[in-house]
Design a protein around this ligand. Sequence first.
Ligand SMILES: Nc1ncnc2c1ncn2[C@@H]1O[C@H](COP(=O)(O)OP(=O)(O)O)[C@@H](O)[C@H]1O
Ligand SMILES: O=C(COP(=O)(O)O)[C@@H](O)CO
Length: 612
Amino acid sequence: MTRLFNNPAAFADEALEGFVAAHRRLVRRVPGGVVRATAAAPGQVAVVVGGGSGHYPAFSGLVGQGLAHGAAVGNVFASPSAQQVRQVAKAAQAGGGVLLAFGNYAGDVLHFGQAAERLTAEGIPCATLAVTDDVSSAAAGESEKRRGVAGDLAVFKTAAAAAEAGLPLAEVVRLAKLANTRTRSFGIAFSGCTLPGADDPLFTVPAGRMAVGLGIHGEPGLAERPVPSADEAADLLVSTLLGELPEGVGSPRGQRAGVILNGLGSVKYEELFVVYRRVARLLAEAGVETVDPEVGELVTSFDMAGVSLTLFWLTDELEPLWTAPAHAPAYRKGTVAAPQPSATADTDLSADTAVAEGTDVPEDTAVPEASEPSRAAARTALAALGAIETTIRAHAEELGRIDAVAGDGDHGIGMRRGSEAAHAAGRRALERGAGVGTLLHHAADAWADRAGGTSGALWGVILRALGTALGDTEPPGAHPVSVGVDAAADGVMRLGKAETGDKTMVDALVPFADALSDAVGGGAPLAAAWDTAATAADAAAAATAELLPRLGRARPHAEKSLGTPDAGAVSLALIVRAVHGALAGNGTAGTTPEPAPEPTADTTADTTARKG
Ligand SMILES: Nc1ncnc2c1ncn2[C@@H]1O[C@H](COP(=O)(O)OP(=O)(O)O)[C@@H](O)[C@H]1O
Ligand SMILES: O=C(COP(=O)(O)O)[C@@H](O)CO
């Protein structure tokens, strides 16, 4: 149970504020996360890590000399946004380029990938690396699909030590990739974590049983077994990892390995030492020389009762990087060189907080001139964003519950943050005279930036595609709206690489786009066509209950999700139904939307009810 919190939605931000206040000599807050408070040598490669909150000391606690140069900090269990990653990287970079390193999760891959593209376009050489150490999350032959868990530390540490040694970006990337291919983790759990503000844990394990193959987001394990003794737990962890040696490690005998015995949150240090006693013996019996073992909390999942073992199979060039000194808030090894404070290290806390809060503001706030019909459509678009915010707020808990069945339970929180930010950005844009295209672009950036996570990136794509299709000059009608929705579906599939049948939001978006295009092609006015399409999306979302997930967080728990629809498909169906309310409720059923009043809670509640 997470007991101490204020507003659950503010938990991640408040935790970050307190963390920085506690570690001001080591870290400095910047928009999107934290960077070292000490200066890096000019020309050094910067290693920027990141991910969701709820895993401390990953990721902010690993920022410091000899370790990461910066960490992008997302909301609870949700990846930071591309904008956050970009901002942290720009603050951390020292002229030698940037390696962005993170666990292999859909949202992280999307947002860090987008950030890398933007940084490269801005002239900052940039590479990405997704850590894939969790052997239980995919078969050995599909290691690129594996999740990143406590092995993050081995890869981050390798990359950062290589950067600290002054190696160029290509070498830092090569060594980090090598570390990733030689790092394997496996975990067990006795109970799931409870998110701040939630009443129940994300999963439970029956009394006397343990879950095997856990994730770090409260994903349930892949199998159950009777609760073992500490020695039996160690036997299982070691035998599993010795059973899957990386390529190039023919036999454990004679190998040297870094070891991480990681507590997930509520397994205490002395329990870990009891387990480690046996782990050390077993590895010695297998002929493995352990090097600088770490026993403690390195990647957590709130109060989850679980433990994982990581083996980092060293080579002559990896070992000095694993043993190199480091000094970060949650990781200290050896003695680092005397730090040079960075020029901005002494800013006061209120200034740090102010910059951090600036993450919501789109950087490019220019509002191009717009035609009167486009500004009228912008008012309708704002009403639609208001209706979206209202319906998401009303269904946030339900979306979280659906997402928790095989995912991480954060879909409602993320959608809520995104839709609120989009509506607020839309309102600001309208006040400044924006046309519908610009308003939707601002809303897109705000949604992606504030929500993070997989769906944040994808809703950013959807709104941006619509805005681009509608523009700021032509009178927007049913045809450009349909073209925009088609472009949105293409964009989501291009970025997320999901196809229909994979059990994602694509399974509602594609039928919606197709039905809209058919109805518009048949001459229906926009509101009527949208109504037909929203009905198709609703049916398609419900039908995802029968699908098995083939992508993302839910994939390893495919069977568990049978009978439950996909959270992202359900939220999409809710949203398009709510938008129909905004289109139809203000006399814009023709092809050219007219000004719409701000929706009230009552009117939107009527129009957002799901169809039976
Ligand atoms: N590759 C993908 N392409 C399209 N949609 C996806 C993809 N992966 C996940 N999704 C959608 O995202 C939803 C989860 O969104 P969110 O809660 O933001 O995810 P997470 O917490 O995993 O980042 C899923 O229910 C699914 O609809
Ligand atoms: O949750 C995380 C990333 O999740 P996404 O599903 O990719 O948003 C984060 O905690 C791990 O980096």
